[in-house]
Design a protein around this ligand. Structure first.
Ligand code: HEM
Length: 487
């Protein structure tokens, strides 16, 4: 035993930028696109796995596919916890959400089971009606006001998830429940903002009484707690009222509140169902929008890819119909296009952070217990040892060269892997196949010269990264006049 302790004591942390004695590496943290800085550090320090520290908190970034799979997949029994975010989990009372709950807590398994039952392949087939109705609204929107394409894509993603989760019909662009969900997003963003709250690195501060001067953070967290609780309750209350009056549409919430085996759903179970329902919007809306916006941006930049996908769609369909869910297997290029979007512009570039529950070693490096561990999904997707010419957007890599499936990366890892991956794939492929069937997505035209130009596309920094607003032209193809009405 003593030799094991000696051996462990001798092991080093993975390399990283030199820290200050007390505060660690806070001063070196990039404000934008941290995934690129982490990839540079990985090259600079000659290690796929790097380490940095904020006061006593350790962070490990995995920049290679081998490291990410070795730890987050193959050792997922110890790498599937989530780091504690004191402001969010404790002070704002959100520690029991699907995203935050500890992998050690018995509710984690129950959430995963509930979500799986609502998002498995058979359940996804059952959402065909919702997907097709909302798709039609999206296509009409793109025909009538193509310049508002961001708004149309947002509405589509929000409406699909709210219907699936609660049976709530979104009927206008300024829908009440969508605005509630977006408010929750905005509050979440403030509460978890990296580097903003001292309590994250000095957790003892959470015991400071909230009336004390300087305890603004606590009063803020408590106000968020109250507001988020109210937001959580509204859609649940609405679905329950619909059920009581016999008007409820089938939805994730109604099905679980009235289980087929007829068992009584107590308050505790109802609470768990409610956390899962709200996770559907939190997990599904913004990520889907990110992928759809990247799709539009990439179609402008790679017109040849767009043409190839359109040729495939046109060859499979006769003039009288639009692509449906059953066409997916006849559209291999469109399926490869979906994978290539996930690879080229992963929605969550650093995934979601995991926490390792016990000390571990990898490649001779020590990984301290409770370290936050992140996979640099963006860097792995652009790694030339994994993908040939990784900076070129080319769906053919999955058809002719059989390169690594990016779905194994872009949806996260181990026991936290995205439960909505199959649903996301079905809904995004349906949407992109139909948009390409009905429209050409073209470069914008300079109003002065009349010449086409390629807009600069930049990506936002955040848990989900989106292309920043850019100009484009979405012009109807002949098929759209058969199926869409316009105003
Ligand atoms: C293209 C779209 C999507 C992408 C790229 C994506 C990506 C991710 C990623 C990277 C994670 C973190 C996994 C980890 O911690 O290792 C995650 C978790 C999650 N996603 Fe998705 N997702 C997408 C769509 C969806 C959809 C449509 C839903 C539901 C309707 C959903 C629900 C969730 C939930 C509930 C979690 C939390 C799982 C947990 O912590 O146990 N996602 N997703």
């Amino acid at each position: 035993l003593s030799s094991t302790i000696l051996f462990r004591g001798a092991q080093q942390l993975p390399p990283g930028p030199p820290p200050k004695t007390i505060s660690g590496n806070i001063h070196q943290m990039p404000r934008v696109a941290p995934w690129t800085t982490f990839a540079e550090w990985s090259k600079q320090y000659g290690s796929a796995i790097i380490h940095y520290r904020f006061f006593g908190r350790h962070f490990i970034v995995l920049n290679s596919v081998e490291a990410a799979l070795a730890l987050l997949e193959h050792r997922s029994n110890i790498y599937s916890d989530r780091p504690v975010v004191w402001m969010y989990n404790e002070l704002a009372g959100r520690g029991m959400t699907v995203f935050s709950v500890s992998s050690q807590h018995p509710h984690h398994k129950i959430y995963r089971r509930l979500l799986q039952s609502g998002l498995n392949p058979r359940a996804v087939q059952g959402y065909q009606g919702i997907l097709e109705r909302e798709l039609h609204i999206l296509l009409e929107g793109l025909l009538n006001t193509p310049e508002n394409y961001v708004k149309h894509l947002r509405r589509n993603a929000g409406a699909v998830v709210l219907d699936l989760a609660y049976g709530w019909p979104v009927t206008s662009d300024d829908d009440y429940f969508v605005s509630l969900m977006e408010e929750a997003f905005a509050l979440h963003k403030q509460v978890v903002q990296p580097g903003r709250w001292l309590v994250e690195v000095m957790p003892f501060l959470r015991f400071v009484p909230s009336w004390m001067p300087g305890a603004h953070f606590k009063r803020f967290a408590f106000s968020v707690r109250a507001r988020m609780k109210a937001i959580d309750q509204e859609p649940l209350k609405w679905t329950k009222e619909q059920m009581a009056s016999g008007n409820a549409k089938d939805s994730f919430t109604s099905q679980h509140l009235q289980p087929q085996d007829g068992h009584y759903v107590d308050n505790n179970e109802e609470r768990m169902i409610a956390w899962c329902s709200s996770a559907l919007y939190a997990g599904g809306a913004d990520t889907t929008v990110s992928i759809m916006l990247s799709f539009i941006a990439l179609m402008i930049q790679y017109p040849d890819v767009q043409k190839k996908a359109q040729n495939e769609i046109d060859s499979v369909l006769d003039d009288h119909r639009l692509p449906n869910l059953d066409d997916q297997s006849s559209l291999p290029y469109v399926s490869a296009l979906f994978k290539e979007i996930l690879r080229y512009s992963p929605a969550a570039r650093l995934g979601l952070p995991h926490r390792v529950i016990q000390e571990d070693t990898y490649n001779g490096y020590r990984i301290p217990q409770s370290s936050t561990v992140m996979a640099n999904i963006w860097a792995i997707c652009r790694d030339p040892s994994v993908y040939t010419n990784p900076d070129i957007f080319d769906p053919n890599r999955f058809l002719t060269r059989n390169e690594m499936d990016p779905r194994k990366l872009a949806f996260g890892f181990g026991r936290r892997v995205c439960p909505g991956a199959g649903f996301a794939e079905t809904s995004v492929i349906l949407n992109i196949a139909n948009i390409l069937a009905c429209f050409n997505i073209l470069k914008p035209v300079d109003v002065n010269t009349g010449a086409e130009y390629c807009p600069e596309i930049s990506y936002t920094t955040g848990v989900t990264s989106h292309p920043s607003p850019f100009q484009c032209r979405i012009v109807p193809r002949p098929r759209s006049s058969v199926h869409l009405h316009g105003v």
